[in-house]
Design a protein around this ligand. Structure first.
Ligand SMILES: [Zn+2]
Length: 160
């Protein structure tokens, strides 16, 4: 707006320049609460749609009213929410945001969310895929799955 300002530092943390990138992904004051809330809100939307599509809930509530169950299941589908997944072998990263198991189709998706800056998308994706490899291997064996993967996009060709 071409107005004189005393400083270009972030008005919240007063530590770094107030850029869009800083505000949306890097402010140390906003991070502990607001970024986590944003992450959880995104995850709730996906969880509610997966449950609805799997006939586990009848209606999709607004994300701000939605309180996912840690485990929800019917005869064909089991969905874990932010729950420690018990495996025979000890796994370091065993608590993804969502674990979707299609029991009849014998496939599963580990879904873990990140809301990275554009410049960090590939790093965030690679970190998530790498993080859950041991869990994928164990789950495939335990549930005798034909296919399991870390879900990284939503395609009409898949159930997730
Ligand atoms: Zn800041």
């Amino acid at each position: 707006m071409k107005q004189a300002i005393a400083t270009d530092l972030c008005r919240v943390c007063n530590l770094k320049p107030e850029t869009i990138q800083h505000i949306t992904t890097a402010c140390s004051v906003i991070a502990p609460k607001e970024y986590l809330n944003r992450h959880n809100d995104v995850a709730k939307i996906v969880h509610s749609h997966l449950c609805h599509k799997s006939h586990l809930i009848k209606e999709i509530p607004p994300y701000y009213k939605y309180n996912p169950s840690s485990v929800i299941e019917n005869e064909s589908t089991k969905i874990y929410w932010d729950t420690l997944i018990v495996t025979d072998k000890q796994i370091l990263h065993n608590k993804p945001d969502i674990l979707y198991i299609n029991k009849t189709g014998k496939y599963a998706f580990v879904i873990d969310f990140a809301v990275p800056a554009d410049s960090n998308i590939i790093n965030a994706y690679t970190a998530k895929v790498t993080k859950y490899q041991d869990l994928l291997y164990e789950l495939k064996r335990i549930y005798d799955l034909k296919k399991i993967e870390v879900c990284h996009r939503f395609s009409r060709k898949t159930t997730c």
